[in-house]
Design a protein. Structure first.
Length: 253
C-alpha cells in the first residue's frame, strides 16, 4: 500500500504562541516537530530507512520524518512511548501504527474504550482516540531503538510543550523506562513536585503526584517484551484498566 508523505515545512518558521488557543497552538507544535532537523544521526537514519525500505513495504512511500503526538486534544490520559519504529511510525507517519507494538497497544486501548478500533495500520485507517493522546520521548526512529542521551534532551522540550497544550491530562502511562524517566523530567520542568524517594520504574506501579497528576509505569509492548513473556496481555490490560478507573473516578491524592 502506498502512503503519501507530502508535507510542507514552511511551518517550521512559525513560532508556537502560548496566547493562541490550545488546539491551534498544538497544531502549530505538531508542524514544528514534523520539520525538526536537530539531531544529525537521527535525520540520517530515518532518511536512510525511508530510502532503502523493507522488502514487504517496497510499495510504500515512507514518512521518514519526525512524528508529532496525536489523539484527543481534550484527553485526560497521556501515553508516552519510546520512539517511532523504523518500519512502523517512520513508515506510516503516525506513532504506534503499522508494527507489532501498535497491535498490542491498540487491542488494549480498544478493549478499554480509548480507541475506536483495535488496529492501527496507516494514517488514513479511520482510527480515532477518545480521552487519550499518544506521544513519545523521542520523535525520530533511532538506530537499534537506542536513542542517545543528547537526542532525548533535544527532543524533551517538545514533550513539555505538548503537555502544557493538553489542559485536561490527569494520568500519564509511561511505556518503558526511558518514557518513565522522560515523564519525571517533564514534572521537574513544570515544577510538579515529586515524592521522596523519587518514583522508580516497575511495571504496574502507580504514583499519585501533586497537581492532580497520576503516573502509571508499564513495560513497553515491544517484541522483546511480548515474545519473551515479560509482558502479557493481562498485565498490559491491568495498566489501562487502572487508567480508566482513575479517570472515571476522578481519584486524587
Amino acid at each position: 500500500m502506498a502512503n503519501s508523505a507530502s508535507h510542507s515545512c514552511e511551518a517550521q518558521r512559525k513560532p508556537v504562541h502560548q496566547k493562541e488557543d490550545p488546539l491551534t497552538a498544538l497544531q502549530s507544535l505538531q508542524e514544528q516537530i514534523i520539520c525538526c532537523q536537530k539531531c544529525p544521526r537521527l535525520v540520517a537514519y530515518r532518511s536512510q530507512v525511508a530510502r532503502e525500505k523493507r522488502r514487504m513495504y517496497r510499495d510504500w512511500e515512507y514518512w521518514g520524518r519526525p512524528l508529532p503526538g496525536w489523539g484527543d486534544p481534550q484527553a485526560r490520559v497521556l501515553v508516552v512511548g519510546l520512539a517511532p519504529a523504523a518500519h512502523g511510525g517512520n513508515r506510516t507517519g503516525r506513532m504506534f501504527t503499522g508494527d507489532r507494538s501498535a497491535e498490542w497497544l491498540l487491542r488494549t486501548l480498544h478493549r478499554f474504550g480509548f480507541a475506536s478500533q483495535p488496529v492501527s495500520v496507516h494514517r488514513e485507517d479511520g482510527l480515532t482516540l477518545r480521552d487519550l493522546y499518544i506521544t513519545a520521548a523521542l520523535r525520530c526512529a533511532p538506530p537499534l531503538n537506542k536513542p542517545l542521551p543528547a537526542e532525548l534532551a533535544s527532543c524533551h522540550p517538545y514533550l513539555v510543550q505538548e503537555f502544557t497544550l493538553l489542559p485536561n491530562i490527569r494520568i500519564v502511562v509511561a511505556l518503558g523506562h526511558i518514557a518513565f524517566q522522560a515523564t519525571l523530567r517533564l514534572c521537574r520542568a513544570l515544577a510538579i513536585p515529586l515524592s521522596r524517594p523519587l518514583p522508580r520504574f516497575a511495571h504496574g506501579q502507580t504514583y499519585h503526584l501533586q497537581e492532580g497528576l497520576t503516573l502509571i509505569a508499564s513495560y513497553h509492548p515491544s517484541q522483546q517484551n511480548t515474545q519473551t513473556g515479560r509482558l502479557t496481555e493481562p498485565m498490559f490490560d491491568k495498566v489501562f484498566a487502572e487508567a480508566r478507573r482513575l479517570m472515571e473516578s476522578g481519584e486524587r491524592l
